[in-house]
Design a protein around this ligand. Structure first.
Ligand code: HSE
Length: 443
């Protein structure tokens, strides 16, 4: 007697842009291999697009395309959402979950704004919701945070999670390329968001920081909780200054757990920072991403790889697809199983978010100053007035080009902001040229 082969699972793909078409092509071309991995065939049931009739990848049957996304969702066992943005993505994901389908999404914007609604819907429906591609594309970081490190206490996550800005800063620092040219190159490579402001102003990294912090600290952090500064203020002078103190400039996403406040809190911030050239994150070049995790028992871990682009993102989406398909086949994660593997904490507590003013770090400050005796004393006095201790100070240039470059010890953001405001009022200070945080001193 032979057992009947399990039926094929119908996969509905929502969106056929850069990532969607790569997912579809690989799903069709690797169908036999994927069937072996899952234990049954994955049948591409349809691809929902805004308009049919556009030029599509040759490997795809034109009959797969439909403008009826809700209809496709209703006839799918697994829905892959790669439309991006809030609506209609959110409505379609909720329809999918309510109808008992598992969901794979790469939608960092939606997850960073409203993961709670999606997770609750998945929990109620008993369906999987996986989103590895939402942060750092092919780099497996979300599942390690959610599963491998679930028995540990994560203390800090520091990431380079935006390929476009890392590419730009790397070009500026190693080749002296101007900001605009470097951005154009990033766009030509397909790393940048449709509106590159999302990369340059740090919105993309802030969305990813919210997702990382939520999973790392088992709480809910949304994009609005993340302090955000982009890279527009990073001049060639700042990059040169960093080099002079043995550092490099990176756009960092820093997520921290604060057990020294009562009740315990978390924080998440995205901003340019100088990091020591010997830190593992300093070696992350081009559009690569890396996430450095510090955990109580595990110690320091680094996850590194291609964090942008169609194929790396498709890799993460298809990895999630295989996982949720296996769960459906074997009972876990399907409706009513009570399996919670793919959804994170069922009812995460909401830890307080520490405001940026309370965050403690070091700072690099460049000041254009008058070049005469006593100026240094006046400047040092202003730092002392706000209890900001100076680690090093050096003068660059003479006469009208005189600059003081100060690196501080650890101080709160609020104290530093008050110091900078005070410095701006001192007549021997012609200009506060730049203020950049200095991170990761101990790694
Ligand atoms: N635009 C993003 C980046 C890729 O540059 O990293 C997708 O998240």
């Amino acid at each position: 007697m032979s057992l009947a082969a399990p039926r094929a699972l119908r996969v509905g793909l929502l969106g056929c842009g850069v990532v969607g078409s790569e997912v579809a092509r690989r799903l069709v071309e690797n169908t036999d291999e994927l069937a072996e991995r899952v234990g049954t065939r994955l049948e591409l049931a349809g691809i929902a697009v805004r308009r049919t009739g556009r030029t599509r990848p040759q490997a795809l049957d034109p009959g797969l395309f439909t403008t009826d996304a809700p209809g496709l969702v209703k006839r799918s066992d697994v829905v892959i959402e790669v439309i991006g943005g809030i609506e209609p993505a959110r409505g379609l994901i909720l329809t999918a979950l309510e109808g008992g389908a598992s969901v794979v999404t790469a939608n960092k914007t939606l997850l960073a704004e409203d993961a709670g609604t999606l997770v609750d819907a998945a929990t109620t429906a008993g369906c999987d919701l996986y989103f590895e591609a939402a942060v750092a594309a092919a780099v497996p970081i979300l599942r390690p945070l959610r599963e491998s490190l679930a028995g540990d206490r994560v203390l800090r996550v520091t990431g380079i999670v935006n390929g476009t800005t890392n590419f730009i800063l790397d070009k500026m620092s190693t080749e002296g390329t101007g900001f605009a040219t470097a951005l154009q190159e990033a766009q030509a490579h397909g790393y940048a968001e449709a509106d590159p402001t999302a990369d340059v102003e740090g919105h993309d990294a802030a969305a990813k920081a919210a997702i990382l912090a939520s999973l790392a600290f088992h709480t809910r952090v949304v994009a609005g909780d993340v302090h955000r500064e982009g890279i527009r203020e990073v001049s060639t002078a700042v990059i040169t200054s960093a080099t002079q103190i043995g550092h490099v400039v990176k756009l960092l996403a820093v997520c921290e757990r604060h057990d020294d406040v009562d009740p315990a809190a978390v924080s998440a911030r995205v901003h340019p920072a100088m990091i020591p050239a010997g830190h593992p994150l300093a070696s992350v070049r081009g559009a690569y991403n890396a996430v450095f995790v510090e955990a109580e028992a595990a110690g320091r871990l680094m996850f590194y790889g291609p964090g942008a682009g169609a194929a790396p993102t498709a890799s993460a989406v298809l990895g999630d697809l295989v996982t949720v398909a296996r769960h459906r086949l074997h009972g876990a994660g399907s409706r009513g199983s009570g399996h919670n593997d793919g959804r994170g904490d069922p009812a995460p507590p909401r830890l307080a978010i520490l405001p940026i003013g309370a965050i403690v770090t070091r700072y690099h400050i460049a000041l254009a100053v008058a070049d005469r005796a006593g100026v240094l004393a006046v400047v040092a006095q202003e730092f002392a007035r706000h209890d900001v201790s100076i680690e090093t100070v050096r003068q660059e240039g003479r006469g009208t080009d005189a600059q003081l470059v100060v690196v501080t010890h650890r101080a709160t953001d609020a104290a530093l902001a008050a110091t900078v405001a005070g410095l701006r009022r001192i007549d021997v200070v012609r200009e506060v040229s730049s203020v950049v945080r200095v991170e990761a001193e101990d790694a």
